[in-house]
Design a binder for this molecule. Structure first.
Ligand code: BMA
Length: 976
């Protein structure tokens, strides 16, 4: 199995170059994990974390099952030693021998040949230690054993926190999830618990390690940076796109660099054709780095673009380090792309004001000099144990991201720095990764040792990944200005605010900003997500940024700055436009929902499958326990109650007689609310692209799950899509039509929003129906012509429902709206048809006079498509489902159908252990089924009857479905 640290591209720097150089990988299964305290000694791996080896050895159960999180706390409270088998192949006469670790999690004490080497205290740093002397006194090969002892991170965090004179913060500043004091240590912050995940605080050598032996005047390149930018470019400022490219390369080495060494480069395309090559000039070398640069004329290379905005052109660049006699000392190959990406926070210009854009500052991304609409979500650590995350898992997630019409992920700040393979895959898939230093929802110490440690961590990770074209931004951390400093300001007064703002600036502006700006000209930095951006930017100052904080007129007087982050757990917020924030960009918003029954079954016993079973409750970490209390019933219940209230307020409440089917129906209902809310919010934010706030981004919370629990995720732990991922895919189409309704006044307006880069003109249609599907003669236009500008929105219908629907019972009215337009994607000449439809209902669906749509489902073996048909009523929230054992993504789902309307639905199989048998488990249901109490069996068990989802009726029914399609075509023609 290829693990993350073994990414193919990243190893280029790790190959030995000269014959005397030896690079011995320490990855593999030749390790033992032991803890004398708990009398455990088991076979182990590197890379790994103790929980994984204990689980593999049968010492502990699956950590993610049931409430094992709580019963396995002893693992986090123990010390663990990883001991290698004797290391062979070392020569005793090399001039120097080194240990190189790409990641030790976290407090490690290292010994070799029984002798102490060094200690470490930062999960995110690369460490290298010379062990030449120890080796020379360790002649016996059997003694050449490496041992790495990991102290308990929670215990050490507590010890650091209680040191005399240690920094303190006012109550409420540190967001405590489970283990406290995470802000004192440089370890993945969510390892101590978060509101969507468990708290395992794992320990171990989570990244690969090597022993390197060097001869005289030899070097080993342990890390490198390639920075590609337009000549004259400065961070955070839009560059001149006609300038040539500058490639700045810098190699970090240990060993002995001979005098007179030189650097050269070769740039090749993916077919291995050399595009450009030559010497690097402006050489600069220290005892740790060697740096040079070259200019590549504009036009030599093709640009890299994000998904759906153009091709993902990539190149390989090899940087060669040679001695004065031209022998090779080292060589690094990295895959790169040529693009500029800028977080544009410049003041709104006169030209923008003249277009009707509100004063204030921009807050959006420019790719290769073009504004674009960022569509996406927030990425959390995909597993509580990074050491078992495979490239395949990341790739599957990225396939879902692209299939979901997303072009950007915000890689949230309190996980781990992304492995190289994640950026490699993002480069290929065209996914922009807004990256963050790992600080969030706390304020942090600023003593010199802490700052130095952070600076090292930042340098290593920043330099490691800077060459990737998918890298979109560096942010200092999560919710620091808008949450942490706000808490201080609100509850502790101006003096405390001044103190903690100064400390915040020491770390996030004084320490992290230089780590970015001194290493790169190509990438933007913001100290905090979320913020009001910079107030001034002046590169003649040593620290060019002055943050705005709240020092400016805000949206209340028509000026707009910065991005928004919005959560409101009162479900009344749905459809209430005035509750949503007006900003330039939305980087977070959301509401939690339950995972599917199929997922629950993977991590919870059958007896616990009920909405408020202790196990289900205690896996809801919203709200978090706030400590190590293992019976967090009150906080968990509040989170469960929010989902329940949301369902009860808006939708038919399931009441199935079979308890498991009822649980499943409730899980599904919470997912429908979640999707409805996100649809409403995405449509609201996207419409802002045509409003004065010129809103240019929507990233919802959160892309995926790291276990099975109620969370904000759209993708469940095994890759199954919740309702959300389907509907976000729909709302992230390029051209969308959406209703905006004011429940109080009855004002309804419908808008078309487009993120295409050219104006689009076409027609929209409107049809009113009752729930049986009979068309109503409501006195409104049936169609309208529209013109929507590039990345813009336009209103296409405006009415007051009480005026036009006076004689109708609002519980029996739905409006179907469609848009269809011809246009092209950016950077493409191909004409495409963009279609979208949407529905409006003036009352909550719980009050709607739903009619059984009598759904039919067929499957065609030849086309590999399902066909869903509604026959007797409007089908709301049509949902195709499938049983356990496979992960399948339908091309569309959670859509609506008119009677006599069919939809063909294709699919992509992510994984299948059923040998295709999953097809027989597919069912279809709609919101009407949520009103039915009759229950036979449960989803995935294949049985069904009235009131339960309809299983497909087999290939024989395909012929019938064709005639239904013909009927539909006739109906559409009749309507037009
Ligand atoms: C924001 C995020 C996360 C959190 C999420 C849901 O605060 O930045 O810290 O998990 O909302 O509460």
């Amino acid at each position: 199995m290829l693990r993350l640290g073994q990414a193919v591209l990243a190893v280029a720097a790790l190959l030995p170059l000269s014959s005397s150089q030896k690079v011995i990988p320490l990855s593999g299964s030749d390790w033992t994990l032991s803890d004398p305290g708990s009398n455990v000694s088991v076979p182990a791996n590197l890379p790994s974390q103790a929980h994984l080896d204990l689980y593999a050895a049968g010492i502990i159960d699956d950590p993610l099952f049931a409430l094992n999180e709580f019963s396995q706390r002893w693992v986090a409270n123990s010390n663990w030693t990883y001991t290698s088998a004797p290391i062979s192949g070392l020569s005793s006469n090399g001039s120097s021998t080194w240990l190189l670790f790409n990641g030790l999690d976290t407090f490690a004490s290292i010994s070799f040949c029984g002798k102490y080497v060094a200690s470490t205290d930062n999960q995110f740093r690369q460490y290298w230690f010379e062990i030449s002397e120890i080796l020379s006194s360790c002649g016996n090969e059997a003694d050449r054993v490496l041992a790495v002892n990991f102290g308990s991170a929670p215990e050490i965090a507590n010890q650091i926190a209680s040191q005399p004179g240690q920094e303190t913060w006012p109550r409420g500043v540190e967001q405590v999830f489970e283990f406290p004091n995470r802000q004192f240590i440089r370890k993945e912050q969510s390892d101590f618990g978060w509101d969507w995940g468990p708290a395992f605080a794992p320990a171990g050598p989570w990244q690969p390690a090597w022993i390197v032996q060097l001869g005289n005047e030899e070097v080993y390149v342990r890390n490198s940076i390639i920075d590609i930018y337009r000549q004259g470019q400065l961070n955070l400022l839009p560059p001149d796109q006609s300038q040539p490219w500058v490639v700045n390369a810098s190699l970090d080495y240990f060993g002995q660099l001979p005098d007179g060494a030189s650097l050269s480069y070769t740039l090749t395309d993916l077919q291995n054709k050399t595009v450009s090559s030559g010497a690097l000039s402006d050489l600069n070398s220290t005892d740790a780095t060697v740096t040079g640069s070259a200019t590549i004329p504009d036009g030599t290379v093709d640009l890299w673009w994000p998904s759906q905005l153009g091709p993902q052109n990539l190149y390989y660049i090899t940087i060669s380090l040679k001695s004065s006699s031209n022998s090779s000392l080292a060589s690094v190959t990295k895959r790169v792309g040529f693009r500029t990406i800028v977080l544009n926070e410049t003041p709104i210009s006169d030209a923008q004001l003249a277009q009707g854009i509100a004063p204030g500052n921009n807050w959006h991304f420019d790719i290769n000099g073009h504004e674009f609409y960022a569509k996406g979500s927030n990425f959390i650590p995909p597993d509580p144990f990074w050491a078992r995350v495979t490239p395949q898992r990341i790739e599957q997630l990225f396939q879902s991201v692209v299939a979901g019409n997303q072009n950007m992920l915000r890689v949230w700040a309190s996980g781990a720095y992304s492995p190289d393979i994640m950026y490699d895959l993002a480069d290929e898939y065209g996914i922009l990764l807004w990256s963050e230093f790992e600080f969030g929802d706390a304020l942090y110490p600023v003593d010199q040792a802490f700052l130095d440690n952070v600076r090292q961590e930042a340098e290593y990770n920043f330099r490691r990944v800077n060459h990737h074209p998918s890298l979109a931004l560096w942010a200092g951390g999560n919710e620091l200005e808008n949450l942490e400093l706000e808490i201080v300001s609100e509850y502790y007064g101006p003096e405390a605010l001044a103190k903690y703002t100064a400390e915040y600036e020491t770390l996030f502006i004084g320490t992290l900003l230089p780590a970015v700006f001194e290493n790169s000209r190509s990438i933007s930095y913001t100290p905090s997500s979320t913020s009001n951006g910079w107030q001034s930017l002046n590169f003649s100052n040593p620290i060019p940024i002055v943050e705005r904080y709240n020092n400016s007129p805000t949206v209340t007087n028509g000026s707009i700055y910065g991005e928004t982050d919005f959560y409101n757990y009162d479900p009344i917020v749905l459809y209430n436009n005035s509750a949503l924030p007006v900003g330039r960009f939305s980087n977070e918003f959301g509401y939690h929902s339950m995972p599917s029954l199929q997922s629950w079954r993977q991590q919870v016993a059958e007896a616990d499958l009920s909405f408020n079973s202790t196990t289900v409750l205690l896996r809801d970490h919203h709200y978090p326990a706030g400590g190590l209390n293992t019976s967090n019933i009150a906080n968990s219940s509040a989170g469960q109650a929010q989902m329940t209230e949301a369902v009860e307020l808006w939708y038919p409440t399931p009441s199935k007689t079979d308890s498991v089917a009822n649980f499943s129906a409730w899980c599904h209902a919470t997912q429908i609310f979640q999707s409805d809310l996100y649809n409403f919010e995405i449509a609201f934010y996207r419409r802002g692209s045509g409003l004065p706030n010129r809103q240019l981004g929507s990233l919802y919370w959160q892309l995926e799950d790291q276990w099975v629990a109620p969370t904000w995720a759209g993708i469940e732990y095994d890759g199954r899509w919740k309702v959300l991922h389907y509907t976000a895919k729909d709302l992230y189409e390029h051209v969308i039509i959406a209703p905006y309704y004011n429940v109080t006044t009855g004002d309804l307006s419908v808008w078309v929003t487009s993120d295409l880069w050219e104006a689009v003109s076409s027609t929209v249609t409107f049809r009113w129906y009752d729930w049986s599907g009979t068309q109503l003669a409501v006195n409104t236009s049936l169609s309208a012509n529209f013109n929507v500008g590039a990345i813009n929105s336009t209103e296409v219908l405006q009415l007051v429902t009480t005026d036009v629907l006076g004689d109708y019972n609002l519980t029996n009215v739905v409006l179907h709206m469609t848009v269809e337009a011809e246009s092209s994607l950016p950077n493409s000449a191909d004409k495409l048809t963009f279609r979208h439809d949407n529905w409006f209902h003036p009352t909550a669906l719980k009050d709607a006079q739903l009619v059984d749509p009598d759904l039919g489902l067929t499957y065609s073996n030849s086309s590999k498509n399902f066909t869903v048909t509604a026959t007797s009523g409007v089908a709301a929230w049509v949902w195709l489902d499938y049983g356990a054992g496979a992960v399948v993504h339908f091309d569309s789902n959670a859509f609506w159908l008119l009677p006599n309307q069919s939809r063909e639905v294709g699919y992509t199989v992510q994984s299948d252990t059923t040998n295709g048998g999953w097809i027989d488990t597919v069912t279809v249901q709609s919101l009407w089924d949520q009103t039915q109490s009759t229950t036979v069996g449960s989803i995935g068990n294949g049985s069904s009857s009235g009131g339960t989802p309809t299983p497909y009726t087999g290939a024989a029914a395909v012929k019938a479905s064709v005639s239904v399609l013909a009927l539909l075509a006739a109906a559409v023609v009749a309507l037009l």
